[in-house]
Design a protein around this ligand. Structure first.
Ligand SMILES: NC(=O)c1ccc[n+]([C@@H]2O[C@H](COP(=O)([O-])OP(=O)(O)OC[C@H]3O[C@@H](n4cnc5c(N)ncnc54)[C@H](OP(=O)(O)O)[C@@H]3O)[C@@H](O)[C@H]2O)c1
Length: 323
């Protein structure tokens, strides 16, 4: 089968499309003929050797796919089922073998390209906010990095849960998009005073739940905006700067810092991940959630040029590769 393989860490020239031998399907596993692969910044981190859990070389990178079951040792999934899967690596291939507890049936109303973009962004947003952060309907929720891949899904799920969503953004043309996702309030981090505006919006109380995908300076703003008994959710550091803090920072605010590593949930708590996807599909069926079509749909063969663009930061929106 065709498989994109990382043959040497930190060198995109050594990210190559190869023909590799397919092993016999192991007991308890399901083989999926891949139709679409969701591209994430962490795929490039795997190729560059900067991801927190590097697999042994050679390996195929990537965390999310959709496709059809081609062979099954499971009692739940049968040949021909349309499924999506999360994994900790191994997505850039014609076929993937996965445990049944990492799979989910895709509803008829969701395309392969839509589905391949669900696991990481929606999964991270759901687990961090609802499973870890215990966000409740009626609470205020502020999101740093609201226009990004994960942040936009955080806005959408927060709104679907009934939170009062405050989106932090930088470009005027992004407001309509954030509104379409369900944001109630907008703060421009380049032109507005975030802490003062957050206090004003929450009538002086501070924000109940703050999802931080940016880190750096924004984290200090999160600390100064959080409500008594509020929760700050460190999810990412898109600014490139990991915030430093002391236990006193949380102690004096009577607030909590609640972290999420979604890839670790896939490996260690797959049942929780599956429950999250089932809930998201229920919300979709009720019209509470849309799964937008990715804006870049490219052929599988383009994987290396996609990684090159990611490394130059010139890839915008959500990209999926199809085969
Ligand atoms: N914890 C997990 O399990 C998990 C899972 C997936 C991703 N992540 C991490 O989450 C982060 C976001 O991922 P993503 O895929 O959503 O990235 P993305 O699509 O590149 O989005 C980045 C967002 O951050 C904003 N941003 C970047 N630099 C900023 C700065 N200096 N100040 C303010 N805002 C800034 C961007 O807004 P502008 O365009 O306005 O700059 C954009 O909204 C990454 O660090 C990623 O590694 C973590």
């Amino acid at each position: 089968m065709k498989s994109w393989q990382i043959l040497e860490s930190g060198n995109l020239e050594q990210f190559k499309l190869q023909d590799i031998q397919q092993d016999k399907l192991s007991k308890g596993k399901v083989r999926v003929r891949v139709r679409a692969i969701g591209v994430n910044p962490a795929d490039l981190m795997q190729a560059m050797g900067t991801h927190q859990n590097p697999p042994p070389i050679p390996f195929s990178p990537g965390f999310e796919i959709s496709g059809e079951v081609s062979e099954s040792h499971s009692e739940i999934y049968k040949e021909g089922d349309r499924v999506m899967a999360s994994m900790d690596f191994g997505a850039y291939q014609e076929y993937v073998d996965v445990s049944e507890n990492l799979l989910e049936i895709i509803p008829e109303t969701v395309s392969f390209t839509q589905a391949s973009a669900i696991p990481i962004a929606y999964g991270t947003a759901y687990i961090s906010m609802l499973h870890r952060g215990n966000l409740k309907s009626g609470e205020s929720l502020m999101i740093f990095g609201a226009t990004g891949g994960v942040g936009s899904r955080t806005v959408e799920i927060g709104a679907a849960k009934g939170a009062h969503v405050i989106a932090i953004y930088s470009k005027a043309e992004e407001m309509d998009y954030l509104k379409s996702l369900g944001a109630d309030e907008y703060i421009n981090y380049k032109t507005e005073e975030i802490i003062a505006r957050a206090k004003e919006i929450t009538a002086g109380k501070g924000v109940d739940v703050i999802a931080d995908l940016v880190g750096g300076d924004m984290f200090q703003k999160a600390l100064e905006s959080v409500a008594w008994e509020g929760r700050i959710l460190p999810i990412g550091a898109a600014s490139g700067e990991i915030p430093q803090l002391t236990s006193l920072d949380m102690l004096v605010r009577n607030a909590s810092l609640v972290g999420t590593d979604f890839a670790a949930y896939i490996v260690n708590k797959p049942k929780i991940v599956r429950k999250a996807f089932q809930k998201l599909f229920k919300w979709h069926a009720k019209g509470r959630l849309n799964f937008p079509e990715p804006n870049n749909i490219l052929p599988f063969e383009d994987a290396r040029s996609v990684f090159q663009k990611m490394s130059e930061r010139s890839l915008k929106g959500k990209t999926v590769l199809t085969l």
